[in-house]
Design a protein around this ligand. Sequence first.
Ligand code: M6R
Length: 616
Amino acid sequence: MCGIVGFVGKKAAAPILLDGLSKLEYRGYDSAGLAVRDDNNNIEVVKAKGRLKVLFEKTNGGESLPGCVGIGHTRWATHGEPSETNAHPHVSGNSVDDSDVIGVHNGIIENYQELREKLIRHKYTFYSQTDTEIAVKLVDYYLKKYNVGPIDAIAKAMVRIRGSYALALMFKDYPGEIFVARKESPMIIGVEGGETYIASDVPAILKYCRSVYYIDNLEMARIKAGNVEFYNLDGDIVEKEVTEIEWDVEAAEKNGYEHFTMKEIHEQPKAVRDTLNSLVKDGRIDLSGIGLTKDVVNSFSQIQIVACGSAWHVGMAAQYVFEDLARIPVRVELASEFRYRRPILNPDTLVIVISQSGETADTLAALREAKSRGIKTLAIVNVVGSSIAREADFVLYTLAGPEIAVATTKAYSAQLIATYVLAIEFARVAGRLTEDGAKELIDDIYTIPDKIEKILDDKDRIQWFASKYSNAKDVFFVGRGIDYAISLEASLKLKELSYIHSEAYAAGELKHGSISLVEDGTLVIGLLTQDELFEKTVSNMVECKARGAYLMGLTSYGHYEVEDNVDFTVYIPKVNPHFQASLAVVPLQLFAYYITVAKGYDVDKPRNLAKSVTVE
Ligand code: M6R
């Protein structure tokens, strides 16, 4: 939800800001803007509706904005339509020339209406429909009312603002400085080579710096070239440790692929292998590094998995694996539901939250809900130092590297692996699996990366099939058990990327209503990776065929009898059935990708979406 960048140094700021925004465009892409301060202390603001390239052209790649201090923003609209007026930066006056404060914001200010009325009573006027303009004007109001410096003015505004924000502000009377504040929305600050960088996420500054600070909730920072000071709400200085980022620069580039989505689909073998290697030593699971010792694992008698979107789909698949292997009850819930349901949680429950970004507002709130009741929490997270990672009791990092495409692929795959390892460990500790039995399963998981490579080698066939179905109106994915969990992810991938309506159904449930939607030519994709459910699902598919459906079956090599009933088959290698989701999802990611490209849509940045959903 919106990306923020900032720079104070000796180099020209605008090209660095534009480059950073290009790495954050996945966070929002309906408009963008820059504010840059030149050596004579003039601040210029340029904004543009549409993709970042419009702003790039408007500023001649940043060249038309000289100066070494600046802030930038790429927007995902919350308050106010996407327009140049509503684009950030926003100013405290009517224009940049009569403004003392200029700022960009990520997040949502919930009491914006009340604050707006307060400011109107104090003779402020508004030119945009954004909550950001209110935040900037509120800081200006306190600056003048109390005749204080930026830190005190921002602190007073923070006390009044309800909601979430990451703010980066420039003050006319403080040349060479940027001030930032944070509550709930992510923000990092990097310092290297006498220069300082601000960003919503690591990829934006990876090219320039490796040493970053994480600003915490309700903290502010005063940023100068090569220097940063952190403050709490009382205005006291807060000491912080620097974190070294290990992601390589190439990981945030396309590296010859046409789209990040395709690149990340191809990075799945590595994401799986790296994640597995971090949890397994000498063929045996070792979770001591994340605090999950045998005694800790033993202390839990039930699991609650909470997540959103694809991460929730991982939870759906994990539920089957945990319950089957470890015989421990698992409940899976959408974070947005969990947080408002007053869930009943026993003290021996482990709440597992799953999140790529580690910043998803609902998942973070669910984690806090669990913690506030004294329940232990484990986060499966990809982004190091993210809010969820920092607040959970135990953290298991997936090693998928930076995921730039808005639709998740490699992070989903890495999350699945993490849940398999956990399920095996819970089963081993509970005595449901012997050491050797656990090792056998781990060895099997180690075969997954090569098997994904094999599926990727055969992608042309999927491309051909996708080209036939690029005009489909509705697509149904059906499966039972783990195959149902895979269907959920496959269906989301297809609809979020290609805008084709699709639904995922537990195969046995179709005939309870939804089968009435099946008509001549409707594509029904059946997931058939679980041997004991194979025939049942085929029967449900055949019921659709009898009503005109065109059937695609996805099963493992050996199940050639499927061709007696379905019109098109995709075969995948075999792995232990508990882990089959890791293979089955890959052709379906490719299917969604190829259909989207065939339709000419932007596969990396689907409409209306943002990668990191930091509002509820
Ligand atoms: O960063 P998170 O894993 O918490 O994000 C959760 C969802 O927002 C995310 O999976 C979303 O559903 C993607 N659009 C899926 O491709």
